[in-house]
Design a protein around this ligand. Structure first.
Ligand SMILES: C[S@@+](CC[C@H](N)C(=O)[O-])C[C@H]1O[C@@H](n2cnc3c(N)ncnc32)[C@H](O)[C@@H]1O
Length: 275
């Protein structure tokens, strides 16, 4: 049987949506838009949304699949699950949230028509291939998986500037640690190879750049996105945090030399073969 196509169904038009993607989220929403661009939804679909966080895009997808569908959002952190349940209240009763580790899901889960995960794939470590393999096992035959993540290349201009600052100060050990951190990030090519190795159908891997705005100095060092994850890797290269602060202060004061700050949004889509 041919997989249902979104064009076969009238989903909820934008002007009638109660649960659209937030227009104020400069990070999750641009990734989720890319995810939805690849996702072929239909009303009545069963969907597993991993790393559901604060519910992007689980709420939006639940509205789209409607009451004949089923959406399960899973997140490792109970606080995120609680936050989603609170936001949901009595709405969209075919949507549920639960706590689970997406790398080790219970075998009796699903199977699902669709698996989604926005800004999720980097958390598949340490064995990303195995985690991806397990996850695709929860798809129905003919089902689609679409995941997004910031790929290798994200904010490279920052890492190059930090590397130059380290080199100028003779910090070879810190330079080597930084290079290790960067190389550990998943790349679009790696993902394409893994999906091919898993013999998935219609593999698509896309990279779209996303510019993040920041001022210099403290604005850069305390930027909610950069400090909340990315810059930590640079600080962690140092045993001596006073030295780390000196290096990062010098980098932050030189923002103009490494702008624009570009993230590489990666989305991949693949289909489990019918047989
Ligand atoms: C960057 S947030 C993305 C959340 C949401 N999908 C969004 O687009 O805003 C990543 C989420 O992954 C969750 N997470 C990290 N490791 C996980 C794991 N092993 N299993 C399930 N969730 C995980 C975190 O708790 C966090 O809520």
């Amino acid at each position: 049987m041919r997989e249902k196509n979104p064009r076969d169904n009238v989903l909820v038009p934008i002007e009638k949506q109660v649960w659209p993607l937030s227009e104020n989220d400069y990070w999750s929403t641009p990734f989720a838009k890319m995810l939805l661009h690849h996702l072929e939804l239909f009303s009545g679909a069963s969907v597993l949304d991993i790393a559901s966080g604060h519910g992007t895009p689980a709420f939006h997808i639940a509205e789209q699949v409607g009451p004949n569908g089923q959406v399960l959002g899973l997140d490792l952190h109970p606080g995120q699950v609680l936050r989603c349940k609170t936001a949901q209240g009595p709405h969209l009763p075919w949507l549920s949230f639960a706590q689970a580790d997406m790398r080790a899901l219970p075998q009796d889960l699903g199977p699902f028509d669709r698996i989604t995960g926005n800004i999720a794939f980097m958390f598949f470590r340490p064995n990303r291939f195995e985690a991806l393999k397990q996850l695709t096992g929860f798809l129905k035959p003919g089902g689609q998986i679409v995941l997004t993540f910031p790929a290798l290349g994200t904010f490279d201009s920052i890492w190059q500037r930090v590397d130059r600052e380290m080199a100028a100060r003779g910090l070879e050990k810190e330079q080597a640690t930084l290079a290790e951190y960067i190389a550990e990030r998943p790349s679009a090519n790696e993902v394409r190879q893994w999906l091919t190795d898993l013999k998935m159908d219609r593999v698509e891997v896309d990279l779209w750049p996303l510019e993040i705005e920041s001022g210099p100095g403290r604005a850069f060092l305390e930027h909610p996105l950069l400090r909340g994850g990315f810059l930590d890797d640079a600080y962690e290269c140092f045993d001596n945090q006073t030295l780390a602060n000196e290096v990062m202060d010098a980098v932050a004061d030189d923002l103009k030399s490494f702008t624009p700050l570009l993230a590489q949004r990666c989305a991949f889509s693949a289909w489990r073969p019918e047989k």
